[in-house]
Design a binder for this molecule. Structure first.
Ligand code: SAH
Length: 468
């Protein structure tokens, strides 16, 4: 794998958002833009495309061009002499619909293309066959190992391709998932040791003496807003972390905790890309905190990290120390602000149909109506999504009285906090937004007025026996 951080190249202003999405994935990555065609403060501006790309290529910088593959090929053609020293070169379509690895098969271009494609939600156009994967694994071991006899690798790999088996002596964790034809008795050997016997039948890797510190990844929940709802555990993680990864609004919310840390902000929807970035930073030995609001395990980043961890299974992630630190979720803060509407059985439903189809959401609302659960609705409406909340109300009205208490809690713990009680009948999209969590009571939920306050609570008993 190449060591220089990559560089994304935009030839027009239209390509800047995609280019920035890509640079956000790689720590230290730079965004290059054609002078007079691109305008943004964080862009390194250039005038001659050919000279710039050739210079980057010559000094081993991975190149991601937001342009046609042909332009990159023609520009680099005169320099394509030594396959083993090529940095990754990738062409990405201006609208993000195609990610094409072009060069750098031996320096990890396919993995890089997979990572970019995952962030853009497309399939990478990988054209090399499976054996390139073990070639990459053999020629570019992960940090902490060095191949002592790269000159023997060519013959060694041809033998493998011809069907020879290989045995591994020592600990080579990055080869466990590599598709190598491993066998107990084999004509080829891989040794991971200081004292190997390198030959064309035996590749030797030296463990490098500088031990990298074990990287840490903490997925934390800051609570809905203010510091009073952030747990001491989360505060202490935020103090020790070196790198913070998260949606800009959430990082802004944690105030002075961000001082002196590397911030890796991103758009709220790029959750997989953000998770990959966080794991990669941790694999480099950083202490990374992935910041969610509320609880990190409730409609937030913790599941996104585990999804990526299962899907990609990168050996360099194996050594990361992962921890999830809980936070107060919006529904708990909302419940506390108004009394105890979740005092008996309840459930949570996100009304966002971005990650699941509406048919499932609809079914869940009906089942919770039938089961008489109090319901906390997350992501109730957004600018583009409004009808879902009306639908939810209509379904629930089949099971519950129109005057069932409904709690609307907006901006909890933040400036502009409001908590209101309305009835199920009054629940229309206009009363809520993305910063509102809604609690719909069960058939037992009560609204009472006491000491000049309105309280909503759900009794703990289901039968109507008198309270003792
Ligand atoms: N992990 C978060 C939920 C993220 S989903 C948690 O546990 O709270 C985003 C949704 O959470 C929003 O659309 C809104 O419904 C709710 N939400 C998050 N923070 C909120 C706050 N401070 N006030 C009211 N609702 C909030």
């Amino acid at each position: 794998m190449t060591k220089n951080p990559p560089c994304a190249i935009a030839l027009g202003q239209n390509s800047i958002p995609i280019a920035r999405q890509i640079t956000n994935l790689f720590p230290g990555a730079k965004l290059y833009g054609l002078a007079n065609r691109t305008f943004a403060v964080d862009v390194v501006s250039f005038t001659d495309f050919g000279d710039t790309v050739r210079e980057l290529f010559a000094n081993g910088t991975p190149i991601i061009g937001i342009c046609a593959a042909g332009i990159l090929i023609r520009t680099l053609a005169p320099l394509l002499t030594n396959k083993s020293h090529e940095p990754p070169v990738i062409a990405v379509a201006e609208d993000g619909s195609a990610v094409v690895p072009l060069l750098g098969g031996l320096s990890g271009v396919n993995d890089m293309a997979r990572q970019i494609a995952a962030a853009l939600n497309v399939q990478p156009a990988i054209t090399t066959t499976g054996d390139i994967r073990f070639r990459t694994a053999l020629l570019s071991p992960p940090p902490g190992y060095r191949l002592v006899n790269p000159d023997d690798a060519k013959t060694f790999i041809s033998d493998l391709l011809a069907g020879a088996k290989v045995k591994i002596e020592g600990n080579a964790p990055w080869l466990t998932n590599s598709q190598l034809p491993i066998a107990e008795s084999a004509e080829l050997t891989i040794q991971v040791t200081e004292l190997g016997t390198p030959s064309s039948k035996c590749l030797v890797y030296h463990p490098e003496t500088v031990e990298q510190p074990r990287g840490k990844l903490a997925i934390i929940g800051t609570g809905p807003g203010g510091l009073q709802w952030m747990s001491p555990q989360v505060q202490s993680i935020l103090k020790s972390a070196t790198d913070l990864v998260g949606y800009k609004t959430y990082l802004d919310l944690i105030g002075s905790f961000v001082d002196g840390k590397q911030r890796h902000e991103s758009d709220n929807r790029e959750e997989s890309g953000r998770a990959i970035q966080a794991l990669d930073l941790a694999a480099q030995g950083k202490y990374v905190a992935v910041v969610s609001s509320g609880d990190p395990g409730i409609y937030a980043m913790a599941a996104a990290v585990f999804e990526v961890l299962e899907r990609h299974n990168k050996p360099e992630w194996d050594n990361i120390d992962i921890e999830v630190a809980p936070g107060i979720s919006a529904m708990q803060a909302a419940a506390a602000a108004i009394g105890a509407p979740l005092g008996h059985d309840f459930c949570a439903i996100s009304l966002s149909d971005i990650l699941k189809p509406w048919s499932i959401i609809e079914q869940r609302i009906a089942f919770s109506g039938e089961g008489d659960f109090a319901i906390a609705f997350y992501n109730p409406v957004s600018k583009e999504r409004t009808w879902q909340l009306s639908e939810a109300r209509n379904i629930l009205l089949k099971y519950r009285s129109p005057d069932t208490p409904v709690v609307l809690a907006r901006n909890l713990g933040r400036t502009g906090e409001t908590v209101k009680v309305i009835t199920l009948e009054q629940l229309v999209p206009e009363v809520a937004d993305m910063r509102t969590v809604i609690i719909v009571g069960s058939s037992k939920t009560r609204k009472i007025e006491r000491c000049g306050n309105t309280w909503v609570y759900t009794p703990r008993r289901y039968c109507d026996e008198p309270i003792k």
